[in-house]
Design a protein around this ligand. Structure first.
Ligand code: TRP
Length: 355
């Protein structure tokens, strides 16, 4: 297979606004792959958002805003196929078919499911009907497998937290092909571990909007400064005995929230600036005030062009709806072909009204 035939697919749930964790963990890589001229499918996983819905949320609004941010960051709907999961509803049909070969016990080993169970006060026996977890959440990996398999993806760039889901998709596809003696499903490659995971501003292992520890790509100068100033830096660094100015010297273990500031600085500032602050840290200087304002300046410089492109006149709801419509038309034929092949493999034959 030539590199140009390689199919890339990844999705992001519509959570509202995108943050630095999304950018450095996903979007940046999406753009690199797009610029290599590969066939890239990037979608907003709005069906997946529903697995945690307990009330009506305007996911379409979130979707439009996230796509406006995608475009502002450099994802280009004329180069990548950017679409909305629910605009390709035959994905749900494929998920249904895949569900027929997927054991409940297999899904119960999913970490997302296990984490949800662990948080239930009475475990899965709670409630008059027993296990209160929605069927859709247990089936999350099946739907994700359908997303991946329906466009015959080779490569699925995702963060570590999604690696298990991709492995499950591979297992499900292999099982389907084996059981029905078919090659209807293309087996994707396992995920390579190289994703960047940004810590939250509170020092938590992962930045997340729902954890309220995120720095947004559209945050304005005031908010950026406020969020960065609020980062906990109460313990001053202790000078390291015999510390040298060698940039390769080990940086001592920092409190997690300070580590988060340094991590951002290392991504945004020129190396000299970053190294200067690590030197200060080793020497035990009191410099957190300057570190914070310096970092805020770099964040603002990073956000400024994104905010500008987000507000550009051509980047609006109408233009997004237009490319979503066009791109859904591009994905649908490929998707239907996969679903039809699976229908035939399983024995119900081709759909009589659409193909
Ligand atoms: N589960 C992914 C997340 O929460 C989003 C997603 C849904 C996805 N379907 C996908 C990612 C298919 C990659 C491929 O981040």
């Amino acid at each position: 297979m030539s590199k140009q035939d390689e199919v890339i697919l990844s999705g992001i749930r519509p959570t509202g606004r995108l943050h630095y964790g999304n950018y450095f963990g996903a979007i940046q890589k999406f753009i690199v792959l797009q610029e290599q001229g590969l066939r890239c499918y990037y979608f907003i996983a709005d069906y997946h958002a529903l697995t945690t819905a307990s009330e009506r949320v305007d996911y379409f609004r979130y979707t439009l805003d996230m796509l406006r941010t995608y475009v502002a960051c450099g994802l280009d709907p004329s180069k990548s196929i950017i679409y909305r999961q629910s605009d390709v509803p035959c994905t749900a049909e494929l998920a249904l078919l895949l569900g027929m070969v997927t054991h409940v016990g297999f899904l119960e080993r999913g970490t997302t499911y296990k984490d949800t169970v662990a948080k239930l006060p009475g475990g899965t026996t709670r409630g008059p009907e027993g296990n209160p977890i929605p069927y859709g959440l247990l089936g999350y990996p099946v739907l994700m497998a359908a997303d991946i398999l329906i466009v015959r993806a080779d490569t699925v760039p995702v963060g570590d937290d999604q690696r298990q889901h991709v492995e499950m998709a591979i297992d499900i596809a292999e099982k389907f092909n084996r059981r029905f003696d078919t090659v209807a499903l293309k087996i994707p490659k396992p995920v390579v571990r190289n994703a960047v995971r940004l810590p939250g501003l509170d020092g938590a292992a992962k930045m997340g909007k729902s954890d309220n520890n995120d720095l947004g790509l559209l945050d304005d100068e005031k908010i950026v400064l406020k969020k960065i100033k609020a980062v906990q830096t109460t313990t001053d660094p202790t000078p390291i005995e015999g510390a040298s100015d060698d940039p390769d010297d080990v940086i001592p273990q920092m409190p997690p929230s300070v580590g988060a500031l340094y991590r951002l600085l290392s991504l945004l500032a020129p190396e000299e600036v970053y190294l200067d602050f690590t030197r200060k840290y080793r020497r035990g200087e009191k410099f957190y005030g300057v570190l914070k304002t310096t970092l805020a300046d770099y964040v603002n410089a990073f956000n400024a062009p994104i905010i500008e492109a987000f507000n550009a006149p051509g980047n609006n709801d109408e233009s997004i709806k237009e490319f979503l419509t066009e791109n859904a038309k591009k994905v649908t034929p490929v998707a239907l072909e996969t679903v039809e092949a699976c229908r035939e493999a399983i024995g119900i034959g081709r759909s009589l009204h659409r193909a």
